[in-house]
Design a protein around this ligand. Structure first.
Ligand code: NMX
Ligand code: MLT
Length: 471
């Protein structure tokens, strides 16, 4: 069977060539204009990034390498081995996003085994460091610290830094004999012989697979430390998600399936979202994949982005507490009352709205389908469903929101809650574990395609006012 590395290696040169051709033949074609509104308003819809792994249509939602979520569920290998029989394995999405090919179950199994093997590279200082963090430090802060600390294992940084040093040394050694000895000694310890820029992607891939492999232990250590006894038990006879569930302390096959779904759908949402964009931006400075994705995690930790999943649960709990105290039922009427209180207090309804989407997020829909299948009578599931019935109308009446429909974060928490995973402050860590896949699969192609330092142009308000006067 063809390995992931072989598949990728055969794709790099043709992709480099076709991008070079596109640039040469059509580089000067205009694909859009930028208004002052867009410049002030968070660059909405400004087309300025190359993103291989997925594309987001405002009406239809996400496609991973051209496949919608239901299509992924039909064709990608599952735990049982039969496509369509359960949720896709995260390893199959990794393969799809990296290579744009649908892998066979055998290929996916090799990747599972490789990731389990690579998990042992987690540097020895990381778990003790996590153990030393205050239990009340937000899990996302801990996650970011853990990944940053693991960066000592970066092959990319080592290759880049040591090669720089190697060349510096060779340049400054006067004697030919010393040059010869130094070059032979150092080469033995270097990952490659003077890796040129067009080989960065090979080191990046090593780091990327290693980051995928070690993130579950970092994430699970935080969960077990903050909420339980700090003990993390693995079961590497399982797939990536199943093993992660055991590390968290869950032994329920239903929860394993939820985790597979959860980890697959949060992976990628084209390039403009804050976590993916941050990873890409930081990576463009040739920061290694560890540092690049740790930066992405910090972006994900914001309440307008990934933290919204914990905020949704908080909002529902506040709603339940308020109406329990007042002896009222949670129903369409009381939800409407609570929503208006939130809006009138100039706060956002977490889990609703989107910068790009203009319809219900298909990631919401597939989670709703999972709920209908596995927990149709769950109390929180029913509340989320009632919120869905009334909220688009409320937000439309409110009149500000471009998209009154639910996004991915609106549903994820209640599914976890059903299986006893009630520590909602931790929910964004699960998002972060998954988003590593999208951000870092793209980072591989960023390096393989030799994409440059990202550095857009900014303008001062004076410049804009002047421009507006004269145009
Ligand atoms: N509740 C109340 N007001 C909202 C909401 C909402 N859910 N969504 C947007 N608005 C407001 C927004 O704050 C803005 O107000 P103002 O003009 O006073 O600044 C106005 O509506 C127009 O914003 P939009 O153009 O609709 O949205 P934008 O593209 O700026 O922001 C979000 C997108 C996702 C940041 C926004 O919809 C939001 O804050 N949603 C709630 C938080 C959330 O669910 N975030 C998760 C997104 C998905 N993810 O995982 O990252
Ligand atoms: C995401 O998954 O990143 C969010 O839906 C936010 C976005 O796409 O901007």
């Amino acid at each position: 069977i063809t390995t992931l590395q072989e598949t990728l290696e055969s794709q790099v040169a043709p992709k480099q060539a076709s991008l070079a051709k596109l640039k040469k033949e059509h580089g000067s074609k205009v694909i859009g204009k930028v208004t002052i509104d867009q410049l002030i308003g968070g660059a909405r819809s400004v087309k300025c990034m190359l993103w291989e792994t997925s594309n987001l249509d405002p009406e239809e939602g996400i496609r991973f390498r051209g496949l919608t979520i239901p299509e992924c569920q039909q064709v990608l290998p599952t735990y049982s081995g039969k496509a369509g029989d359960g949720e896709p394995l995260l390893e199959s999405i990794i393969w799809l996003l990296l290579t744009s090919e649908v892998p066979t179950k055998e290929q996916v199994d090799t990747l599972t085994a490789e990731l389990h093997k690579r998990s042992s590279i987690l540097p020895a200082h990381v778990v003790p460091l996590l153990n030393s963090l205050p239990k009340d430090m937000h899990p996302m802060t801990q996650f970011s610290i853990g990944l940053n600390a693991a960066q000592t294992a970066s092959v990319f940084a080592k290759a880049y830094g040591e090669l720089e040093y190697f060349h510096f040394l060779l340049r400054h050694l006067k004697s030919m004999c010393l040059k010869f000895i130094a070059s032979n000694t150092l080469r033995r310890y270097l990952p490659a012989d003077g890796a040129p820029k067009n080989e960065y992607h090979k080191y990046a891939l090593e780091d990327i697979l290693n980051v995928f492999a070690i993130l579950p232990e970092i994430a699970a250590t935080i969960y077990r430390n903050v909420y339980f006894d700090g003990v993390v038990k693995k079961d590497q006879s399982l797939d990536y998600s199943g093993n992660f569930c055991r590390m968290l302390g869950y032994e329920n096959p239903g929860f394993d399936e939820l985790m597979r779904l959860y980890l697959c759908i949060h992976t990628d949402h084209e390039g403009g979202n804050a976590s993916a964009h941050t990873t890409h931006l930081v990576g463009s400075t040739l920061s290694d994949p560890y540092l690049s994705y740790a930066a992405g995690l910090n972006a994900l930790a914001g309440p307008l982005h990934g933290l919204a999943n914990q905020e949704v649960l908080k909002w529902i709990q506040a709603l339940q507490t308020k109406f329990a105290k007042e002896g009222k039922e949670v129903n369409a009427e009381t939800i409407t009352e609570f929503a208006w209180e939130t809006l009138n207090a100039k706060k956002v309804i977490p889990g609703y709205g989107h910068a790009v989407l203009r319809k219900t997020d298909p990631r919401y829909t597939c989670q709703r389908e999972f709920g209908l299948k596995h927990m149709p009578n769950d109390e929180l599931f029913k509340i989320v469903d009632t919120i869905y019935q009334v909220m688009p109308g409320i937000l439309t009446e409110h009149g500000k929101v471009a998209n009154p429909y639910p996004n991915v974060d609106s549903h994820s928490g209640v599914l976890l809650w059903h299986y006893g995973f009630t520590q909602y402050q931790y929910y964004t860590v699960l998002f972060g574990l998954s988003r590593a896949v999208g951000g870092l699969c793209q980072l591989y192609w960023d390096r393989a395609l030799g994409l440059p330092l990202e550095r857009p142009k900014s303008h001062t308000p004076e410049w804009l006012e002047n421009f507006a006067k004269n145009n």
